[in-house]
Design a protein around this ligand. Structure first.
Ligand code: S3P
Length: 444
């Protein structure tokens, strides 16, 4: 059903996709660059910042906490930070809109400061679990003085007067939990340690080192890591260059694979190995994806990705790969529906607590478009039969990635695919529709 105020859109099969594009800056790094800039003493310059709604909420939060934040020109931002532990109490609750990352990371940063701050967000964010972040922050000495049912927003956090350094093993592989603990640990004396059983994205660790903190990363077990931070560093301003977001590149990438005769280049895409699970998986499925011009001059690896239409086959995607492609399952499931054979994506429990219950939203969207799909425990199983029928209406549940994934699907299906609401695409990829049209997509 299409609601008043929502903006539906229909994707139709038309011509091949051709061209060279730069998708916007990485969302994870953009949030972190703003937060670190606000905690550094002196002026930090950021270029290539993603100016999506999620990141803009974080920028406003940094301002409300006392940092000077200025937009110089498109993607160019400057911050004058307040120093570790130096945030001031905001006069009104901080609003993070749709963004779990912004909210949870800033909860960590506030937990190390002797202030009280309110945290809130939209209807989607109000449904998402916050207790997983409150638990370690309380051990550091912060207190949730008000919290919604089931550990949800809106909540109020009183930061620690004397933050305690802790050793914390994350209960699920989550860069957000890890980052919240490390950000709080910045204000604690001595060493704060986070142990994760599966390595999650390491942008916080990389930026900590970039801003002059002492951080040690060791392997822990077969897939895990142990991260140790020495607290109370003086963070030094350091310029941040934000590469293009691989999680946004995922959409034109799969579009090029499934629309016949396509050939698309995406420039400057971050290829940090903890973010490239989708490329690995699509290549195993038979995708022609080349990494050109590989380089690593901005503290993160990047490359230009050339993608050409390819015949895909179904595969088994192991659970341990999930952290390196956690946001890419909606679009991978779409790719799997164009493959020949069965694709089983294992270990997707965390998808249930994203911007929507993505496991259910993906399964429903595929079914609405004639694809045979099954949820078996935490696994998603898609039966690929080459080219799905399409013709369905997809409910996006305030989730940008569900909207983009199913618009991509409609570029390749026999009949058009409509999504009920595209407004949330602006949280992460404001130019998605115009960029896809520029490549030749029929979206109207
Ligand atoms: C993110 C971590 C992931 C991811 C999110 C961005 C980050 O969440 O889904 O979009 O920037 O740290 P979890 O840490 O909850 O898995």
């Amino acid at each position: 059903m299409v609601h008043a105020g929502s903006s539906p859109l229909t994707a139709r099969r038309d011509r091949s996709l051709k061209g060279r594009v730069r998708v916007p800056g990485d969302k994870s790094i953009s949030h972190r660059a703003l937060i670190f800039g606000a905690l550094a003493v002196g002026e930090t310059r950021i270029s290539g910042l993603l100016e999506g709604e999620d990141v803009l909420h974080t920028a406003r939060a940094m301002r409300a906490l006392g940092s000077q934040v200025e937009r110089v020109s498109e993607g160019e931002w400057g911050l004058r930070g307040v120093g570790v532990g130096g945030f001031g109490a905001p006069s009104t609750p901080l609003d993070f809109g749709n963004s779990g990352t912004g909210c949870r990371l800033v909860m960590g940063a506030v937990a190390g400061c002797p202030i009280v701050a309110g945290f809130d967000g939209d209807a989607s964010l109000r449904k998402r679990p916050m207790q997983r972040v409150l638990d370690p922050l309380q051990r550091i000495g912060a207190r949730a003085t008000r919290v919604g049912d089931g550990g949800r927003l809106p909540l109020e956090l009183r930061g620690a007067q004397d933050p305690i350094p802790i050793v914390y093993r994350t209960p699920v592989p989550s860069a957000q939990i890890k980052s919240a603990v490390l950000l709080a640990g910045l204000a604690a004396p001595g060493e704060t340690t986070v142990i994760e059983s599966e390595a999650s994205r390491d942008h916080t660790e990389r930026l900590l080192a970039h801003f002059g903190a002492e951080v040690k990363v060791q392997n822990d077990g077969e897939h895990g890591r142990k991260i140790t931070l020495r607290g109370q560093p003086e963070l030094r301003p350091a310029p941040v260059v934000v590469p293009a977001d691989p999680s946004s590149a995922a959409f034109p990438m799969v579009a090029a694979l499934i629309v016949p005769g396509s050939d698309v280049i995406m420039t400057d895409v971050m290829t940090n190995p903890l973010r490239t699970g989708l490329v690995t998986t699509l290549r195993e499925m038979g995708a022609g994806i080349e990494m050109l011009n590989r380089r690593s001059d901005v503290g993160e690896e990047m490359a230009d990705l050339r993608v050409r239409t390819s015949a895909l086959r179904g595969i088994d995607v192991p659970a341990e790969r999930a952290p390196s492609m956690i946001d890419e399952y909606p679009i991978l499931a779409v790719a799997a529906s164009f493959a020949e054979g069965t694709t089983r994506m294992r270990g997707l429990k965390e998808l249930r607590v994203k911007e929507s219950d993505r496991l259910a939203a993906v399964a429903d969207g595929l079914k609405a478009n004639g694809v045979e799909v099954e949820i078996d425990g935490d696994d998603l199983i898609v039966q690929g039969r080459g080219r799905p029928a399409g013709g369905g209406m997809v409910a996006t549940h305030m989730d940008h990635r569900i909207a983009m994934a199913f618009l991509v699907m409609g570029l390749g299906t026999e009949k058009p695919v409509t999504v009920d609401d595209t407004s949330f695409i602006a949280t992460s990829f404001p130019d998605f529709v115009s960029m896809m049209r520029g490549l030749g997509a029929d979206l109207s």
